[in-house]
Design a protein around this ligand. Structure first.
Ligand code: GMT
Length: 369
């Protein structure tokens, strides 16, 4: 089967998930074509089963906003025709589902039928998608896709309450490739062996509440020698750096930038922090759990479907820095408790094993008309 995957090529969870899905499907014999504006950051493997097609958006002085979805839908038509694609699987509704539906209609007009599977990831529904500027088009895209999936029960619920949905939405949770998290890496020479390592990974957008990460870490380091590793980049980074400086903990907070090797960093991490305001799933927390790292998270959106309170970590209300700090200190200062949480975190991550979840997508592909 030949599948076209449309996704964001960035470090965001939806792009990462789509890339991992494509790579795993290619291992299973599917021919995969990624169609997006850049090579997906996690796409290292090229073979006769994995292809990447860049979408170029020519600029013109008249264009205040270069029309990406127009370029994408035209490119999709060309790729589907040339490579005889059987299914388009688009990740993130805006503008991917919309562009795929336009391509579907254009192809239909020349007698080519192509089913579109849309996977909703989160902010395409909860933050941006329901904005009045996009709502009608997002609703249309969901209702006219051949199959729709959402990455958590919470996201499905939000989708059904924010839009008038006439389609079934199947929940297929995100997955993790556990093998990537089996090996251990020694700490970099920046890190003292006596320090506990606390890690946060995100795109540093406002919804991630990275100032809470700094505050919780500040509380931890007052009790336990620790370092905080901030992996990623984004609009809130400056604020977080300033906050760490103001608190006098600048030397203990290391901003690593974007990384393709979070699995290595997680292998020597003692605790992971994800205090987000909104989170449809929390793929970064799942990846930490796969690396046997207990997670301190907020209890928002789909996170409670991933992190089980008092098992794989602890959950708190959004913004409850005091509880997050107390929980973190309790877990880090009791060796046996920490060990139990570590084992449980991995055990919970196994429920989201790539080998258990990817067949659910294959099942959809095999049953499309
Ligand atoms: O979290 C982000 O800002 C990135 C965003 C994305 O679209 O890439 O992540 C969303 O999709 C991920 C993969 O399904 C989920 O794990 C994240 O929870 C979700 N983010 C939000 O809902 C804020």
């Amino acid at each position: 089967m030949i599948i076209g995957i449309v996704c964001y090529p960035t470090f965001g969870g939806s792009g990462v998930l789509a890339t991992e899905l494509g790579i795993e499907l290619s291992r299973k014999g599917y021919e995969i074509h990624f169609i997006t504006y850049n090579q997906p950051v996690k796409l290292e493997l090229f073979s006769n089963k994995v292809h990447f097609h860049e979408v170029e958006v020519p600029n013109y002085p008249l264009f205040h906003y270069p029309p990406y979805e127009l370029a994408l839908s035209s490119r999709l038509v060309g790729i589907v025709k040339k490579y005889k694609i059987n299914i388009l699987h688009v990740h993130y509704a805006i503008p991917h589902a919309y562009a795929a539906l336009m391509a579907k209609q254009m192809l239909d007009s020349i007698g080519i039928k192509i089913p579109v599977v849309t996977t909703l990831h989160g902010t395409d529904i909860t933050l941006v998608g329901s904005n009045p500027s996009y709502k009608t088009a997002v609703e249309f895209s969901i209702n006219n896709s051949d199959y729709v999936t959402a990455v958590s029960e919470s996201l499905k619920k939000d989708t059904l309450s924010l839009f008038e949905i006439k389609k079934d939405v199947e929940v297929i949770p995100n997955f993790v490739n556990l093998e990537k998290y089996n090996s251990t890496t020694s700490k970099t020479n920046l890190l003292n062996n006596n320090h506990k390592i606390i890690t946060h990974v995100s795109n540093f957008r406002k919804v991630k509440r990275i100032i809470d990460v700094i505050d919780v870490f500040d509380g931890i380091q007052k009790e336990i020698p620790a370092k905080l590793l901030m992996i990623g980049d984004g609009p809130e980074k400056n604020k977080a750096e300033k906050k760490a400086k103001r608190l006098g903990i600048k030397d203990k907070v290391i901003f690593f930038g974007k990384s393709n090797e979070t699995n290595k960093i997680l292998s020597f991490t003692d605790l992971f922090l994800l205090p987000s305001e909104i989170e449809s799933f929390g793929l970064s927390a799942l990846e930490a759990m796969a690396a046997k790292v207990p997670v301190i998270t907020s209890n928002t959106g789909g996170i409670p479907e991933v992190n089980i309170n008092n098992f794989s970590g602890r959950l708190s209300d959004v913004g409850d820095i005091e509880k997050m700090t107390t929980d973190a200190i309790e877990i880090l200062s009791d060796k046996n408790l920490h060990k139990t949480f570590k084992m449980n975190a991995r055990k919970r991550a196994e429920d989201f094993d790539i080998h258990k979840i990817v067949p659910k997508y294959e099942n959809i592909y095999n049953n499309l008309d």
